[in-house]
Design a protein around this ligand. Structure first.
Ligand SMILES: Nc1ncnc2c1ncn2[C@@H]1O[C@H](COP(=O)(O)OP(=O)(O)OP(=O)(O)O)[C@@H](O)[C@H]1O
Length: 262
């Protein structure tokens, strides 16, 4: 489903990620854990196409969406990257670069850190936003979303800004599901969510994975989510992958907390 090979990402001239290798198989739930500021958000944004790569490749569902392996040092040091660079034609990616919109159309669903729901729109209107990336697909999953998150149906006419943090997270996940993604990318789904609701959301995401076959890649620094949601997990530190934990090691508290700020 997803292959990340030797990925490098820089903000201007400052390298943030280097030599990232990650593989996610079809139907898997894979976690990436790490402390504050190690590059988790940068990684998810690069996968989604919101930041350009300065090096490496990303293959999604058999298609190359990023190939920056040919990028020259000169290109990478022009000091402008990301959306702006793309708009100006100054991107550091010399080879293939598929836009975020196109990646969404091809099946990537993105749930950003902090959720980014539209606070003045109703729950239903927020969910409807998810349809825009599902234009050609008749199967719009309101019933599924309301089954997983009944509170969203109950509150469908309420402004999203009045929901709790946990309910907003459910709304952001629901909005992504309306787009019918093959791969869900989640950036710290536990942030700003009370612990009991974190457990609910963890369970709901597992159910989505089981029922719909949606592959899930998430970044987190919450112990519960890492241990209960991921089937296996990478650890990231200082912008690079430093460890990979299978199911057995992930249940050893110390093996996981070493990479988390707990
Ligand atoms: N727009 C930016 N310009 C320059 N540096 C940035 C920018 N955004 C993030 N950084 C830096 O990149 C590094 C990685 O940040 P990133 O947000 O990816 O980390 P993170 O692991 O997601 O952190 P957190 O858990 O706090 O969200 C940090 O040192 C951060 O200061």
């Amino acid at each position: 489903m997803l292959e990340i090979e030797s990925l490098g990402v820089s903000y201007g001239k400052t390298p943030i990620l280097r030599d990232i290798d990650i593989t996610v198989d079809d139907g898997e739930i894979v976690g990436i854990m790490g402390k504050n500021g190690v590059g988790k958000t940068t990684l998810v944004k690069a996968v989604m196409g919101l930041l350009e790569a300065s090096d490496g490749r990303i293959v999604f569902d058999g298609d190359v969406v990023v190939d920056a392996t040919e990028a020259s040092a000169d290109d990478a040091s022009n000091g402008v990257t990301g959306h702006l660079a793309t708009a100006l034609g100054l991107g550091s990616t010399a080879g293939t670069w598929v836009s975020a919109d196109e990646r969404a159309r091809r099946g990537m669903g993105y749930i950003p850190q902090g959720r980014d729901v539209f606070p003045e729109l109703t729950v239903r209107e927020n969910l409807k936003m998810g349809e825009s990336i599902n234009e050609d697909d008749d199967e719009v999953r309101y019933e599924d979303v309301y089954d997983y998150f009944p509170i969203l149906e109950e509150r469908r006419s309420q402004e999203a800004g009045t929901l709790s943090g946990g309910q907003q997270q459910m709304l952001a996940i629901g909005r992504a599901l309306i787009g019918n993604p093959d791969l869900l990318l989640l950036d710290e789904p536990s942030e700003g969510v009370q612990p009991s609701i974190v457990q609910d959301i963890t369970r709901d995401l597992q159910q989505v994975n089981r029922d719909l076959g949606t592959t899930i890649l998430f970044v987190e620094q919450n112990l519960h989510v890492v241990q209960h949601l991921a089937e296996r997990c990478y650890a990231i530190d200082k912008g690079t992958i430093v460890d990979e934990l299978g199911p057995d090691r992930m249940q050893e508290r110390e093996a996981v907390t070493e990479y988390l700020a707990v």
